[in-house]
Design a protein around this ligand. Structure first.
Ligand SMILES: Nc1ncnc2c1ncn2[C@@H]1O[C@H](COP(=O)(O)OP(=O)(O)OP(=O)(O)O)[C@@H](O)[C@H]1O
Length: 274
């Protein structure tokens, strides 16, 4: 059965190898208790720690939290891109990711070849692959670029191809970072309509977003991450109200209101370091 089990997950990144005390002190002060040193004296930031939860079919989990809270790291750990330093991540089911546009894309192959390759990896028949190819071609609107290597695409074109492809083959579990909804307004509208169909079909969704209305509309559970730990786990309204520190009544009139965006978090919290 499709599912995700995360137990005592810890993900850490070594940041710096050396002995410059002033740099270590700066990192220690700015990383609010997430700084440690490993046995090789490297500065290590704990991106996630003590993270435990289970997801079953029907769960649509939203991740909220300030910059550097650990949302992207958690999505990447669920996708198997990051190996846990401690604890475990167990995923059953076919995963579809909308995390990084070039993820799973062979830049030397053409867009069309990438589509066919992805279809073959997904075990689709020749007829199904041809249907996916037509669908992605129509959605991405790349014209003759579809037959050129992906490395010749602009970043916007890569996003369109990657988004079209990831949403053409229905996954059991969809992992999504909100920036896939960025881009120009016409792309955003088309992308949103396409995503809504996919989200309604995927068994499990895990989505990171700063858009409160997306969280309330699409998710039935939210986890608030703070400093790499779960601060709160509950219903979207309950968690958002605690996170924002006020009731969500403005969303009740969202047909007339613009998309509310969650506040930008504490600027003292560093943006992901290179
Ligand atoms: N590749 C990396 N190397 C070193 N540190 C990293 C790396 N990726 C993330 N981190 C650190 O791990 C912590 C969590 O980062 P993460 O990107 O998961 O946060 P986030 O909640 O997605 O933030 P944002 O909302 O800004 O995207 C941060 O302190 C960040 O600096």
């Amino acid at each position: 059965m499709v599912g995700i089990t995360v137990r005592d997950l810890e993900i850490s990144f070594p940041l710096y190898h050396g002995n410059a005390r002033s740099l270590k002190k700066t990192l220690r002060d700015s990383l609010s208790g997430r700084f440690t040193q490993d046995e090789r004296e490297r500065v290590v930031v704990q991106a996630l720690r003590d993270v435990t939860f289970t997801l079953n079919p029907g769960d649509r989990l939203g991740l909220v939290g300030g910059n550097g809270a650990g949302k992207t790291t958690l999505l990447r750990a669920l996708a198997g891109i990051y190996e846990p330093v401690g604890g475990s991540v167990t995923v059953t089911g076919h995963i579809g990711t909308l995390l990084d546009p070039s993820l799973g894309m062979n830049m030397e192959l053409t867009g069309r070849e990438n589509i066919r390759l992805r279809g073959m990896f997904a075990g689709l028949s020749a007829t199904q692959i041809s249907a996916v190819e037509q669908d992605v071609e129509a959605f991405a609107g790349l014209g003759s670029f579809l037959d050129l290597p992906v490395q010749t695409y602009s970043s916007g074109m890569t996003v369109r191809l990657s988004f079209g492809l990831a949403t053409a083959i229905k996954p059991d579990i969809l992992l999504m970072d909100e920036w896939f909804m960025a881009g120009d307004a016409s792309f955003r509208n088309r992308a949103r309509a396409r995503l809504e169909t996919l989200v309604s079909q995927a068994d499990i969704l895990v989505l990171s977003s700063h858009m409160a209305d997306v969280m309330v509309d699409w998710c039935n559970r939210l986890i608030w991450l703070e400093d790499g730990r779960i601060r709160m786990d509950g219903s979207p309204r309950e968690v958002l109200e605690a996170y924002l520190g006020h009731p969500l009544e403005e969303l009740d009139n969202k047909d007339t209101a613009p998309d509310p965006v969650l506040p930008e978090p504490d600027p003292a919290e560093p943006h992901p370091l290179p």
